[in-house]
Design a protein around this ligand. Sequence first.
Ligand SMILES: Cc1cc2nc3c(=O)[nH]c(=O)nc-3n(C[C@H](O)[C@H](O)[C@H](O)COP(=O)(O)O)c2cc1C
Length: 209
Amino acid sequence: MGVRMLWPSPVNRVATLNLGGEPMPVDKPLNFVVLVGSLRRGSFNAAIARALPGLAPSDVAIVPLGSVGEFPLFNQDVEAQGFPSAVVAMGEAIAEADGVIIVTPEYNYSVPGVLKNAIDWLSRLLTKPFAGKPVAIQSASPGIFGGVRAQHHLRQTLVFLDARALAQPEVMIPQAHNKVDANTGELTDATTRDFIAKQLQAFAAFARR
Ligand SMILES: Cc1cc2nc3c(=O)[nH]c(=O)nc-3n(C[C@H](O)[C@H](O)[C@H](O)COP(=O)(O)O)c2cc1C
């Protein structure tokens, strides 16, 4: 019986990384893409994601990826029929980007199922779009911990994807309902805007290394 080898060996995974290349020039314009882990219409995390282009350094463009809600539930039988077009398109956009920013809620102390489902799909692409890719994480919650526990679960998953996760500065946004305008969906809190801007600056330097 023929077996499709969809799970590359560790040796193949390492071969996809740029381990010895020159750092990119410090003034190279960067293109980051944003993945949101909530499907909720009034999502605080989506509001944070919308604010990012306006908080980025002038030489950094930030554009949204498609919605994780466009992905079917992961099923290896579906995968065997071929990857859904939304998965392929997102994989290509990630592969072409200089970095990925994931902005997500915390569900039950972990990553929302819709985000994990999307990551599971993307991890199966033979192009391995996350391998060696700089990734920054942000989370927002009405609670007082700002989604920190989801961030740590997400970091664990990123290890297996061979992504390069930015360690510091961290962006957790507690009591998000007080920081996003309920009518306009705008991130209005000046302190939060300031520390997000600092993370984006650090992420740009990290992506250029
Ligand atoms: C199933 C479920 C589990 C949740 N678990 C947590 C949690 O563990 N920690 C937390 O801070 N908030 C939790 N919340 C509250 C979310 O932070 C809140 O619904 C938030 O608004 C979701 O993010 P969004 O506004 O971007 O959709 C949970 C919400 C749901 C629906």
